[in-house]
Design a protein around this ligand. Structure first.
Ligand code: AMP
Length: 194
């Protein structure tokens, strides 16, 4: 099973991913979390990623795709699948992912878009910045990240809409309510496939 949580920065992908991965026994892969760990360790990858992240830009596709492929290669085979959070963020990344899945006669099952308006996203990220000290949760970088999302990431929506696996859900409201809505869609999809 491959599920993608898609949506602008601050839309709650991380929060929902943890809940979904736990319920369906999926490996939660957050490219943002991996990059932040690499930055903390001052690894070669972390150093390469830092300036992009600080400016609210995307880390180049080649770096991200190689990083993700390495993670997928080392997965525990007992897991039911993966839940991707923050990947793919460009059409090139989506194409690379689907090409890799196709090697195992597989494909992405579902892509959930969390819909949240810009005002709410900005407020959430500013609060998170105060709570966590995340280097990219400041107003200037948030504005860049939202623009990058519109320019470079939104085309991924069309890519998956054409593959008929794209579902939009309301991302504003109670966490449990949003989660239950996502679970209903996952259960429906897997009943259909059984
Ligand atoms: P996130 O925690 O998912 O919001 O990611 C934080 C930052 O990491 C992003 O603003 C990007 O700079 C970088 N990043 C995370 N995932 C990707 C990706 N799939 N492609 C390019 N850059 C990424």
């Amino acid at each position: 099973m491959t599920i993608i949580l898609f949506g602008p920065p601050g839309s709650g992908k991380g929060t929902q991913s943890i809940l979904i991965a736990q319920k369906y026994n999926l490996k939660h892969i957050s490219t943002g979390d991996i990059l932040r760990k690499e930055m903390e360790m001052n690894s070669e990858l972390g150093i390469a990623a830092r300036s992009f992240i600080q400016q609210g830009k995307l880390v180049p596709d080649e770096i991200i795709i190689n990083m993700l492929m390495e993670v997928i290669k080392c997965l525990d085979t007992n897991l039911k699948g993966v839940l991707l959070d923050g990947f793919p963020r460009t059409v090139a990344q989506a194409e690379a992912l689907e090409k890799n899945l196709a090697l195992n006669n597989s494909k992405t099952d579902l892509v959930f878009e969390l819909q949240v308006n810009h005002k709410e996203l900005t407020d959430r990220m500013l609060l998170r910045g105060i709570a966590t000290g995340r280097v990219d949760d400041n107003l200037e970088t948030i504005i860049n990240r939202l623009q990058v999302y519109t320019d470079q990431t939104l085309p991924v929506k069309i890519f998956y809409q054409q593959l008929n696996c794209f579902v939009s859900v309301q991302g504003v409201g109670e966490i449990d309510e949003i989660f239950n809505n996502i679970c209903l869609q996952i259960d429906k999809q897997f009943k259909k496939n059984q």
